[in-house]
Design a protein around this ligand. Structure first.
Ligand SMILES: [Zn+2]
Length: 307
């Protein structure tokens, strides 16, 4: 963990994880500041997630060009959220792949992303031109890209039950033992569960831990090993157990948020996301599957990190 009172930091950088396999990690992983993956083969490249705006996606395309001149044939979207798809339309020659449920969620949104709320609460990001572009190819359960044919690399896309969102997928490279986890993994920054399921997400973390893999690329935060997955699982276990006790006593979700000691997780970025996560948990405890509306929690969620 970090020194007391100091929020974790890391550099924005492109990291080569294995020959031809890269993760671009953005400091410091807060609202709309996400990572992307790049898998370069002999004939073409595969990209995992676009970024949140044309401006950031232009930077993404420039970073990709520094590594390879191969065309991007496939752009994989790990889930429906803007910070992973709003720059899709800049990948003009790529076929976009997502799960069926992710595409359904994107199609419910207007094509020009509704930025009225976010440009107010995250004014440091210029969202101009952000678009909801839905996938060209969808799948349910599992899909494999066999990059470079017979001798090539296996890029396995796996979906499952609702975790961070109903349509999550992970990208697993079995030979390289690398997982691009999308927002099913946040490391050193607090996960956010408002359209997902805390229980389902915890199950997903067990799936991640069961894979023969030793390198995990989170949607937000630095690259880690299994310890990153374990840490996030501990976070959810803590809020589940502490939340359940208070729910059973009849305490409200907002009072539970004030009452629960997050311990070491108070040092993770955006720790105030506990308010959305606890709302979600309370819904789950009472069997309610409707998503949490972020606008109702804006005040708590976007307050500065330091207490
Ligand atoms: Zn994200």
């Amino acid at each position: 963990m970090t020194q007391e009172g100091k929020l974790p930091t890391w550099k924005t950088e492109m990291k080569e994880l294995a020959p031809g396999v890269y993760a671009y990690i953005q400091a410091v992983g807060g609202w709309f500041i996400s990572n992307f993956g790049l898998v370069v083969g002999e004939d073409y490249a595969v990209v995992i997630d676009s970024l949140t705006s044309p401006k950031l996606t232009e930077i993404q395309l420039a970073e990709i060009k520094k590594v390879t001149t191969k065309p991007v044939r496939y752009l994989i979207n790990t889930h429906e959220h803007g910070d992973h798809i709003w720059g899709n339309h800049l990948f003009t020659d790529a076929a976009i792949i997502s799960t069926v449920k992710c595409r359904e969620a994107v199609m419910k949104e207007p094509e020009i992303a509704d930025l009225s709320l976010y440009s107010k609460v995250v004014p440091q990001i210029d969202f101009t031109g952000s678009r909801n572009t839905a996938a060209d190819i969808t799948f349910d359960k599992e899909l494999t890209i066999w990059q470079d044919g017979r001798k090539g690399r296996e890029i396995r896309l796996i979906t499952g039950d609702t975790g961070h969102t109903p349509g999550d997928l992970i990208v697993y490279l079995p030979r390289e033992k690398i997982v691009f986890a999308g927002d099913l993994l946040f490391y050193r920054c607090t996960p956010l569960c408002f359209v997902g399921s805390v229980i389902g997400w915890t199950n997903w973390l067990d799936i991640l831990l069961s894979l023969d893999a030793n390198t995990f690329v989170p949607g937000h935060g630095p690259v880690c090993g299994k310890e990153g997955v374990v840490a996030e699982r501990e976070y959810f276990t803590l809020i589940y157990n502490e939340g359940r006790k208070r729910f059973d006593k009849g305490m409200s979700a907002s009072d539970a948020v004030k009452d629960i000691d997050l311990g070491p997780f108070k040092e993770w970025g955006n720790w105030r996301r506990i308010s959305a996560n606890m709302e979600r948990l309370y819904h789950e405890f009472s069997g309610d599957t409707t998503p949490i509306e972020i606008p109702s929690l804006v005040k708590e969620l976007f307050a500065p990190d330091q207490p």
